[in-house]
Design a protein around this ligand. Structure first.
Ligand SMILES: [Zn+2]
Length: 415
């Protein structure tokens, strides 16, 4: 049977199985009364559809949205579009989804403008067209709709489909955050952290990330907090607090946090030393494609640290790192993989391949500044203490190419 909350302010509608029991609204704790289908408004049908889709009754949910849409309710039309976009209760049909979003948008339904913009941005059911995406987001943003403000802010921040305008991006993101959009709160934190449309302000960023994690276990915000406390950036350095944030972030799935948590366990930084936990989290992070974690766990298998020595497995990890597409990928995996090919460690010896890998690695580092940054980044991590220096001098003893030797010698100077 269908029950509806009697509180006018609340809009809860649910389907329940048993009869004759008083039901209390899960949203407002008000009383719920039984209703027959004829009593349901177009909005009620939407509420019921959402309840059913959350309870994995996809086809029933679809028919509720359809009933709502037939009465011209834009919320119902938009949700029906979402069913077509995602293939919920109906065969996926992205073009049909776009058509429905357009109908709902014409009825001035702001979420539909956002969905439509998203389709244009990602080429869902239509060709990618960033300008039309921006136009759609603008409609929603002008109506003070938070998701539209956030999506438009991102376009301004990176100059997607419009001229780059960081100040505008910042103001819009602030509005979206004030309007309660949780993703916008996260972005606002990163804007303060990176100085996008505002002065860099780590303290303010830390405050904002803390505000966000009170609402949700956001893996990226937790990572920033771990970093802030671990490095004394925007907060007073505290390894224990850093460890606890990294752990929460890692548990929420953030791959760099997994690597940094493993470092903490390995070093006993902010926690007790625990090599098993360290290995577990390096492997988790490596599994997600984090190149630093691949290099570290690979080296553990290369040298038999906490695990049995396994040359092939070590080389597999280095290779995985070379192929990974993570942002700011480092040089180390190429050096390590080149070493495997020069010496036949875990792989057949192949000098050409080794040189090719070194070239690929060096091509990542454009200009002196990047080289320095890269070297310092890894040198500051425990795992590099001495090991890269040794690695580079070993590579120099195998490498005959003068251009590559020159670059290797340059790196050697930093250690
Ligand atoms: Zn209620």
């Amino acid at each position: 049977m269908i029950v509806r909350c009697i509180e006018k302010e609340c809009s809860c509608v649910m389907e329940v199985e048993r009869q004759g029991v008083p039901y209390y609204c899960p949203k407002c704790c008000g009383k719920m009364e039984e209703v027959v289908e004829e009593q349901l408004t177009a909005m009620d049908w939407c509420q019921l559809g959402i309840f059913l889709s959350e309870n994995e009754k996809e086809e029933e949910a679809l028919s509720c949205f359809l009933k709502s849409a037939k009465e011209g309710e834009p919320w119902g039309i938009c949700n029906l579009g979402w069913c077509y976009e995602t293939g919920t209760g109906v065969e996926q049909d992205e073009r049909q989804a776009v058509w429905l979003y357009k109908q709902a948008a014409e009825l001035s339904y702001m979420p539909a403008y956002c969905n439509l913009g998203w389709c244009y941005e990602h080429g869902i059911g239509v060709a990618v067209d960033m300008e039309l995406a921006v136009e759609a987001y603008k409609k929603a943003a002008e109506d003070d709709f938070a998701r539209g403000q956030r999506l438009l802010a991102i376009c301004y921040a990176y100059g997607n489909g419009t001229e780059q305008n960081e100040e505008m991006a910042f103001l819009l993101m602030e509005d979206a955050a004030h309007n309660g959009d949780l993703d916008a709160i996260y972005y606002l934190g990163t804007f303060y952290w990176n100085g996008i449309g505002t002065e860099v302000n780590y303290k303010r960023a830390v405050q904002i990330f803390k505000q966000l994690i009170e609402e949700m276990e956001d893996p990226d915000a937790l990572f920033y907090l771990g970093y802030a406390y671990g490095n004394g950036t925007g907060a007073e350095r505290d390894d224990e607090i850093s460890f606890s944030y990294y752990k929460r972030s890692a548990l929420a799935g953030e791959l760099t946090a997994k690597n940094n948590l493993a470092d903490d366990y390995y070093l006993g930084r902010g926690t007790e030393k625990n090599i098993e936990e360290a290995i577990f989290w390096y492997e988790e992070s490596a599994e997600d494609g984090n190149d630093d974690a691949c290099c570290t766990i690979g080296r553990f298998y290369e040298e038999g640290i906490g695990v049995a020595m396994e040359p092939e497995r070590a080389a597999d990890y280095y290779e995985k790192a070379c192929k990974s597409k993570t942002e700011n990928k480092g040089l180390e995996c190429y050096l390590r993989m080149a070493f495997c090919y020069y010496t036949g460690f875990g792989r057949e010896r192949e000098e050409k391949k080794a040189e090719e890998l070194l070239r690929m690695g060096f091509s990542l580092l454009e200009g002196q500044e990047r080289v320095t940054k890269e070297i310092l980044r890894r040198r500051n991590q425990f795992v590099c203490e001495g090991t890269i220096k040794t690695l580079v001098s070993k590579l120099l003893s195998f490498c005959n190419d003068s251009d590559l030797r020159e670059k290797l010698e340059e790196i050697q100077k930093y250690f």
